[in-house]
Design a protein around this ligand. Structure first.
Ligand code: DQQ
Length: 540
């Protein structure tokens, strides 16, 4: 029998039905991971927004609970939008979220668990003194939202950041409080850029050790740009005493800056996981089918795999990697070593039962870097996405395109390409390595949004002897890839019509002039995560 809903994910989090967007209030509290998220309880389109709630003990299997925060009062009657959790020193968790009030204005509210002895914190109460932060005169009251997790300075005052805009300028404004109840704006904003609205800011310490608290600590400021739907970050020095944030000089703000993910990944949020001393990043992947498709499916929106996030050893960027717990779902395993993929050839990776729900780790070695084409000076300053749209997976190259065809149909007409392409640098510059996700052939359906996603990945491929690794999590309509051991990630949503369920296939391809070797390939069938609405189903 055909699966009536073959594009639903098996191990990426989604509730049983309806619309979801931003992850909210993520935290680890007394042995339980909490994921709240923007949710429409009535339909598979955005609207009627509440905070839905799910809990887990392993970040893989989830129990969905009743919505935790929903409109009840004048200060949130038109919606409970994004926000964050902070665990206070007396170990009470506090949620700060944006309420849309009766006039459609954006205000910040606080909520506390009703019963701290409930291990799942199912019910939340909102004190009558809300809102705790209303837009002051001069603030754009319809663009003033998404409070961050708060932190405490050496003076004992709490601080948090709210995203806003002033005409074309995006701002991260800083607020202070002694008691988490009365808040006042700091004299200076934390940071700003000429980018349009800053949604869902996040501000947190990182170091080269994933525990995020040891060694040389930098602060990361991430913002979500509603104009481009990408997330950008800088990192640098934060001085607690003067409340100033100075990004490292080499880093650019906004559209010229570094991105968390070069694909469909938005409104993300991190939290510190004290259980395992790591910082974890959650992000939302929107659909790229049509609203009619979503209504027919009855669902829209998926959360990306939670990712560990830390500062690269070279200090130049952040690194991301799926949390190790995901590997607990790995089943049947296929291994290939030292297989040559000659120029212009491809082969099928056989032996998986469900290549539509799989985890693939592959290490490529380009055999002849001299065959790399020169980087076209016309692309100088262009973004990777433009280059990759012109040089898609079917455009023959020197070194590459080589990579994976995932969610491929047996006649190979449907396929999504995740690949690398290597160019000679200009002058004596190092080679330019492009990582791409090309969905242009991903589906027979032609009404879909099929954007090419790409980034220039900062690896010195001559130093690695032409080697470059790729990991791709394939989950029916999700293709979530990590290149260069986590230096770049690209998430893409695709909607195959034939390459579904056990009909989907997996290939390795090389459409360049240089031979490529697959030094290792490990592919695993992935079991489905357990997503239940019975609290006694929580994995212990
Ligand atoms: N989604 C929320 C807002 C946020 C936006 C509303 C980002 O709070 O700015 O659902 O996706």
């Amino acid at each position: 029998v055909d699966d009536p809903d073959p594009l639903r994910t098996g191990f990426h989090f989604q509730p049983p039905s309806h619309w979801i967007n931003d992850p909210n209030g993520v935290m680890y509290y007394k042995g339980v991971y909490h994921l709240f998220y923007q949710y429409n309880p009535k339909a598979a389109v955005w609207g009627n927004i509440v905070w839905a709630h799910a809990v887990s003990t392993d970040l893989v299997n989830w129990v969905t609970l009743q919505p935790a925060i929903y409109p009840t009062a004048p200060f949130d009657v038109n919606g409970c939008w994004s926000g964050s959790a902070t665990v206070l020193p007396d170990s009470t968790p506090a949620i700060m979220y944006t309420g849309i009030d009766g006039d459609g204005l954006q205000v910040q509210n606080v909520a506390y668990p009703k019963d701290l002895s409930d291990p799942y914190l199912r019910e939340w109460v909102k004190p009558d003194y809300n809102p705790v932060i209303a837009p002051n005169a001069g603030v754009n009251a319809t663009a003033f939202r998404d409070p961050t997790t708060a932190w405490r300075g050496p003076d004992g005052l709490w601080r948090l950041v709210i995203g806003t805009k002033d005409n074309h300028r995006g701002l991260a404004v800083l607020y202070r409080s002694r008691d988490f109840k009365r808040w006042a704006p700091a004299r200076r904003v934390l940071h700003y850029g000429d980018t349009g609205m800053w949604e869902c800011p996040d501000f947190y310490p990182v170091s080269t050790s994933p525990g995020a608290v040891l060694g040389d600590v930098k602060h990361v400021l991430k913002v979500s740009l509603d104009l481009t739907r990408f997330e950008y970050y800088t990192f640098g020095a934060y001085d607690h005493a003067t409340e100033t944030y100075v990004p490292d000089a080499a880093l650019a703000d906004g559209n010229d800056g570094l991105r968390y993910d070069y694909g469909n990944f938005y409104a993300s949020k991190t939290f510190l996981d004290q259980a395992k001393q790591r910082r974890i990043l959650w992000g939302w992947a929107n659909e790229s089918d049509s609203t009619e498709d979503d209504v027919r499916k009855g669902w829209a929106g998926v959360q990306a795999i939670p990712r560990k996030i830390w500062l690269a050893l070279d200090g130049k960027q952040l690194m991301q990697w799926p949390v190790a717990e995901v590997e607990s779902l790995r089943g049947n395993h296929v291994n290939i070593t030292d297989r040559l993929v000659e120029a212009g050839s491809y082969f099928e990776v056989q032996g998986l039962m469900s290549p539509a729900q799989a985890d693939v780790e592959v290490s490529f070695a380009a055999m002849d870097l001299d065959k790399a084409e020169p980087f076209d000076p016309a692309w100088r300053g262009a973004d990777a996405q433009t280059v990759c749209a012109a040089q898609g997976a079917d455009v023959k190259g020197g070194v590459g395109p080589f990579g994976l065809w995932v969610l491929a149909s047996d006649e190979l007409k449907e396929r999504t390409a995740v690949f690398f392409r290597v160019f000679k640098g200009e002058g004596d510059g190092k080679h330019v390595v492009l990582m791409c996700n090309d969905p242009s052939r991903s589906s027979y359906a032609d009404h879909l949004y099929k954007p090419t996603f790409a980034g220039f990945i900062d690896v010195d491929i001559t130093k690695t002897g032409g080697k470059i690794p790729l990991r791709t999590l394939i989950d029916h309509s999700m293709v979530e890839s990590f290149g260069g051991h986590g230096r770049m990630s690209i998430l893409s949503r695709v909607y195959p019509t034939k390459a579904v369920g056990d009909k989907a296939r997996l290939y390795v391809f090389n459409h360049g002039d240089s031979d490529v070797k697959v030094t290792h390939l490990n592919a695993y069938d992935m079991r489905s995560a357990k997503i239940s609405n019975h609290i006694d189903q929580l994995t212990r």
